[in-house]
Structures are given as C-alpha cells and as structure tokens.
Write a protein that binds this ligand. Structure first.
Ligand code: PMP
Length: 354
C-alpha cells in the first residue's frame, strides 16, 4: 500500500478471481465459464461492431435492452445492462445499502458480496448456512436489511424455489431483496416474473455462463422502473459507457440465437448428471447442484490435495481455503470429453492415495 492510499480502504480485501493460466494448457474447470464458444451470430455481430470502434457506444444500450426485454417479457425501462453482473451487484450495494440499511447475505456465498460491502463502507451481517449448506430462509424474513441471495447459491450449487423466495420478498416490503441468478439457466426457477408484483425486488443475471460470453462482460438487473432509475443514476455517475460496442452487438446476437443457448444448457445439465453419477461411484459426496458446476468432497483425500493433484495432471478446479468448505472443490461442468478425462484422473489419484 502506498502512503497515498486512502485510509477508507484499509480494511478492503479484494476479491480473488479464479486462476487464468497463461502458458500451460489446462482443462479449465475453475471459473464456471461455458466450455462452448460464443454463438456464431454473436461473433459475427461483434466483428461488424469493431468497424465503429472510433465512436462511443450507445450509453442507453437501447437495441440490446429492447431485445432483452422482449426475451424476458418485461419492458425496456425495467432493465439495466451492465459490465458483467458484478457491475450491477456493485450498483445495488451502492444504491440500496447504507448505515441504516445494512446488507445481509449468507456466510458461504459469492465472495464478492463482502468485497462490495467493504469497498462501499456498508455494514453487513452474514447468516450461517445449515450444516448441509442449505439456506435457512426464515433468517431473511422481516430482516430489516438489504438482502442478497444467490439462487442457485455459489459455490454450493443449491437452489431454492421461487415460492420460498417470494415469502422473503413479501416479508421485507421496506427493504430491497436482490436475487443473484447468475446460474439460473441450469435448472432453477427465476424470480423475474415477480418483478411486477414487488417493487422491492431486483433480479440480476449474466451472459457469462449459459450464454458463453464471460470474456465480453455483460450482465443485467431487472426490477421496478424506479429501482432501475436509481441504478442508472449510479451508472451515469461512474461510467455511462460501461458496455462497449462489440459486447453490445454480441449480446444481441446471442439473444437472437436462443436455440444455441438452450442446446448448450441442456448439454451442460446432461454432463453434470453424468459427472455426478461417476463421482458418486468414486465415493465423492456432493450437494444437489442446479448450476454449471458441482461441489464435491471425498472422505479419504483432502480438498486441497485433490486440487493440487489435479493441477499437476493439467486440470484446474476451484478450491477455497475457508474452513467450512476446504474439504470441497468446485468443479465447472465442461464437455463430455473433459468430464471423462477428469473422472479418469480422479480414479488414478484415488488409486495412488490408497
Ligand atoms: N454472481 C455469482 C453468484 C457468480 O458466481 C458470479 C461469477 N463469478 C457473478 C455473480 C458475476 O459474474 P459476471 O460478472 O461474470 O456476470
């Protein structure tokens, strides 16, 4: 830290992204990217957009917004597209939390919530998950705080139903409830249909996972138009051009290619079931994942050892040091070939440790 770094950030522990290897070619199952390339139409549109890079992009993102609104069955002014969903989550912390409205979220969830809270100097409370990693939603009812729930949760992969979440939203009419649906397309129920019923609901989603666009950085929030106006105030007070031209065009392309996304999601779900079945045969324990990853541990070998031994064999998975989950690894679902190779390597690691 330099002597010039503001005191206000002295508590800030930045988020640690998963490793992005530079020189070694790994089977990369550590950051929940899609194993499938972006849709051909999104690549074609993005290439066209490059010709206009000398001009600022449309700050209102109107063409993308309209396409997304039509896809979701909402109106364009009920959406704000952002630079990845991290961007809209940060805006939500900035807009809807303060000393009078602290944030509340699970102790085991997306690690960035804590970073957003700290960076924006917002007090927060962490609620413990149950021992089986399920969320006790009764803890979030009438909570009098701004609620952040990832559904499905990460890194556990567990989802709760829309009707259960609706009770949390209905019980907090004077506080915003943010439902982070980064992984919703892999089997969970979305809360988007509830936005017309509750003015305190903000749903966030991303193009990074099911839509194969992690590298383009595109996410969005959906909610009551007043909320979206507040979030826009923050966008226009920080970076009005937060979506570049190529990303905007690629986003439109992939929305027009809905069948491509649907087919890929179906394949990911099939590969997840295949992997879960194979891991069970090898005596791994897993949560019931509704995402593009599984969260698995083995009774005979530590999570850290599984991570290191896979890495030595050219396979990257995600391991967290946090005490409650250090026995586990979060493994992104890849192609069937990648899953077969992972299982073969795990078999040989388990043989070796006998
Ligand atoms: N929410 C959750 C639960 C996530 O796991 C991630 C991905 N790391 C994000 C939000 C942010 O994703 P992105 O910024 O790529 O949209």
């Amino acid at each position: 830290m330099s002597r010039f770094f503001s005191e206000k950030y002295k508590e800030l522990e930045p988020y640690t992204p998963g490793e992005q290897p530079k020189n070694t070619v790994y089977i990369k199952l550590n950051t929940n990217e899609s194993p499938f390339p972006p849709s051909p139409r999104s690549v074609e549109y993005a290439k066209d957009a490059l010709r206009s890079l000398h001009l600022y992009p449309d700050p209102t993102c109107s063409a993308l917004n309209e396409k997304l609104a039509a896809t979701l069955g909402v109106s364009p002014d009920e959406i704000l597209v952002t630079n990845g969903s991290d961007d809209i989550l940060n805006f939500a912390f900035m807009a809807f939390c303060d000393d009078k409205n602290p944030a509340v979220f699970a102790d085991i969830t997306y690690g960035f919530y804590k970073v957003f809270a700290t960076a924006n100097r917002i007090p927060y409370v962490e609620k413990k998950l149950r021992d089986d990693f399920s969320i006790d939603l009764s803890e979030y009812k009438n909570v009098g705080k701004t609620v952040f729930i990832a559904n499905p949760n990460a890194p556990t992969g567990i989802a709760v139903s829309r009707s259960e979440l609706e009770k949390v939203i209905a019980s907090n009419p004077n506080n915003i409830v943010v439902i982070d649906e980064a992984y919703v397309d892999f089997g969970a129920e979305s809360c988007v249909p509830l936005i017309h019923k509750y003015d305190n609901l903000l749903v966030t989603q991303t193009f990074s996972k099911s839509r194969s666009m992690a590298g383009a950085r595109l996410g969005f929030g959906v909610g009551n138009r007043e909320l979206i106006r507040d979030l826009n105030t923050l966008k226009y007070s920080t970076n009005p051009y937060n979506i570049n031209r190529a990303t905007m065009a690629a986003g439109i392309g992939v929305l027009e290619d809905a069948e491509y996304t649907e087919t890929n999601c179906k394949t990911i779900i099939e590969n997840r079931e295949f992997l879960a079945c194979e891991l069970k045969k090898l005596c791994f324990c897993m949560t019931d994942s509704m995402t593009n990853f599984v969260f698995a541990k083995h009774p005979d070998i530590s999570g850290g050892d599984v991570y290191r031994k896979l890495r030595e064999r050219g396979i990257l998975v995600r391991h967290f040091d946090k005490k409650e989950i250090c026995d586990y690894n979060r493994i992104t679902i890849g192609t069937r070939e990648q899953m077969v190779s992972l299982v073969e390597n795990l078999k040989s690691i388990l043989e070796e440790t006998k």
